[in-house]
Design a protein around this ligand. Structure first.
Ligand code: PEP
Ligand code: MG
Length: 578
């Protein structure tokens, strides 16, 4: 019998593989009393567990692939260093002695007191280390309890050719799993534009989110089929079903090959209007895919991924090296480097572990966090300015919602330019500074803000989240996520029109730009510049070059005046057939 489970397909593609359940249940720890004469043995047992943890981590370290795009070794090293800390080497030993308790219980008590210290810390990096510490403690507990280690260091065998099922995954975990050859991702929570989903798309891993209660039906090592386009997971498929999906998988491959014929075609509509089409990237390594599709540059470089899987932020030189890598690969084509956007689900661990504001989406995120923590921000700004001497660079600021933020940024940049001049470090004095339009306030006031910046880019992932008041990562409200909602479309239209009137270049780099269903609608609303994930690039290009602009405006305007979803969908269908 075939079991079909439905979720939200967020990254296209078909995968067939074995399930690997990534977040097993919490381990239960019980207290028991150790007689005085056995205390030394208990301490010995604890210390042997530390040695085993060391060995496991060293083995994982030795298996790290050479050309990893993130510093996995540094990630493992951070765990190894923690294992040497007296918090873990001495603290639990003292507790075993003073409480005459078992090692697991002593470690649990020690864990609780470490947590308090981390919770009091203000520094976001300390908070990120909290997750590392928890993973290290979990590893030791599992050794003590004789349970298999959690895949926190992501051992290759657990992921290679497998389909990962997890409650949720943070981007750091996805990147590491990708390195080890995971073939699909399935999560119980998450939404269409959660960063998990975006990352899966950009890495080309088929993914389904919002598969609530999936662990109830699935077990480790069961073979399943993941259809990322339709958001369907199938278990127990017979030969016929398997054959059908193998054929579809082949058809998708064939389509990709067919699309690659478009690589060298100019990006011009049927009626001769040139359109700018660029790519979004997360890592310098993504440039390989960008080059493969012959993109005209990078319209969004999400730099926050430089900060992941490490215990301290990158310094100026590390930033610079990453940017130069992208610039060199671009060979004269432009790149828009977006400054750090953390504070939501990007750097932190899983939702429950976020020690952030009660509503992180409305809290200290992106430019807000950067302006508050300038020690974090300035090395990046300096590096972007220095990188600007080496290529066509633009700097883009996320989540701007007020005039002050732009003014404050400009002041900081004046200071930095002065410092760079003093050190005779070259930079482009005219480095274009742009803002993302992703807060409705900004969209409504584009006419007021556009004159103060050099360019704008619409971030629909957040614009939709804030306009429709729904958490982009929460599958419980995902049914409300609707890029074609008239409120969203009106804001997009207002933004494009206002930017055009101010003669400021306007682009869109949110996921909507790369979603084939909306490309013609956006063209009809007046958008002439798109930045999309490289996996969607050729598909979007095909739609653009097969579009006739005349006629699209009329239908798009009609959609702006339509309230009922079904009517909007009918008009959209007409527009896409146009
Ligand atoms: C957006 O919000 O649309 C966007 C491109 O930024 P991010 O998805 O990184 O928040
Ligand atoms: Mg955003």
């Amino acid at each position: 019998m075939t079991l079909t489970v439905h979720g939200i397909g967020v990254s296209k593609g078909i995968a067939i593989g074995k399930i690997h359940i990534f977040n097993p249940k919490e381990i239960e720890i019980h207290q028991y009393c150790i007689p005085q004469q056995h205390l030394e043995d208990e301490i010995d047992r604890f210390q042997r567990a530390l040695v085993t943890a060391h060995d496991q981590l060293r083995q994982a370290r030795a298996k790290v692939p050479k050309h990893s795009s993130v510093d996995i070794v540094a990630f493992i090293d951070a765990h190894l260093i923690m294992l040497e800390d007296s918090f873990l080497t001495r603290g639990p030993v003292e507790l075993i002695q003073s409480h005459q308790c078992n090692a697991e219980w002593a470690l649990k008590l020690q864990h609780e007191s470490i947590l308090k210290i981390f919770e009091q810390a203000e520094d976001p990096y300390l908070k990120a280390r909290k997750m590392d510490m928890e993973q290290v403690i979990n590893r030791i507990q599992r050794i003590l309890l004789g349970q298999p280690a959690l895949s926190v260091t992501l051992e290759e065998t657990a992921f290679s050719k497998n389909i990962v099922l997890a409650n949720d995954l943070n981007p750091a975990e996805i990147i590491l799993m990708h390195h080890y050859g995971v073939v699909a991702l399935v999560t119980e929570s998450g939404g269409e534009t959660s960063h998990t989903a975006i990352l899966a798309r950009s890495l080309g891993i088929p993914a389904i989110v919002g598969l609530r209660h999936a662990p109830r039906y699935l077990q480790n090592n069961e073979t399943v089929i993941v259809d990322g386009s339709r958001g369907v997971l199938l278990l127990g498929g017979d030969e016929t079903i398997l054959h059908y999906y193998q054929q579809r998988r082949q058809a998708q491959k064939d389509r990709r090959i067919a699309l690659s014929a478009l690589k060298s075609a100019p990006i011009v509509t049927k009626d001769g209007v040139p359109i700018i089409l660029q790519s979004n990237i997360e890592f310098p390594e993504d440039m390989r895919t960008v080059k493969e599709v012959s993109s005209e540059g990078v319209g969004l470089y999400r730099t926050e991924f430089l900060f992941m899987n490490r215990s301290s932020p990158p310094d100026e030189e590390e930033h610079l090296e990453a940017y130069l890598q992208v610039i060199r690969a671009l060979d004269g084509q432009p790149v828009t480097i977006r400054t750090l956007d953390i504070g939501l689900d990007k750097l932190e661990g899983k939702k429950v572990e976020r020690p952030l504001a009660s509503n992180p989406a409305l809290g200290l995120r992106a430019i807000r966090l950067c302006l508050k923590d300038q020690k974090l921000f300035k090395p990046q700004l300096r590096a972007i300015l220095r990188a600007s001497a080496a290529g066509q660079v633009r700097m883009m600021i996320p989540l701007v919602s007020s005039f002050q933020e732009i003014t404050q940024l400009r002041h900081i940049l004046v200071e930095i330019r002065k410092e760079l001049k003093q050190k005779s470090q070259p930079f482009d004095p005219d480095l274009p500074i742009g803002i993302m339009v992703e807060v409705p306030a900004m969209a409504i006031c584009t006419d007021l803000f556009a004159p103060c910046v050099d360019f704008l880019s619409i971030g629909t992932n957040d614009l939709i989240q804030y306009t429709l008041a729904l958490d982009r990562g929460d599958d419980a409200v995902n049914y409300l996520y609707d890029p074609a909602h008239p409120a969203v479309l009106r804001l997009i239209k207002m933004t494009i029109d206002a930017a055009d009137q101010c003669n400021k270049p306007i682009s869109m780099c949110g996921e909507m730009a790369g979603d084939g269903r909306y490309v013609r609608l956006l063209l009809g609303l007046g958008l002439r510049s798109f930045s999309v994930n490289p996996e969607s690039f050729l598909e979007v290009k095909q739609i653009i070059i097969n579009s006739q602009l005349a006629g699209l405006t009329h239908l798009a305007t009609q959609i702006l005046e339509t309230g009922a979803h079904a009517d909007i969908m009918a008009l959209l269908e007409r527009l896409n057939r146009h």
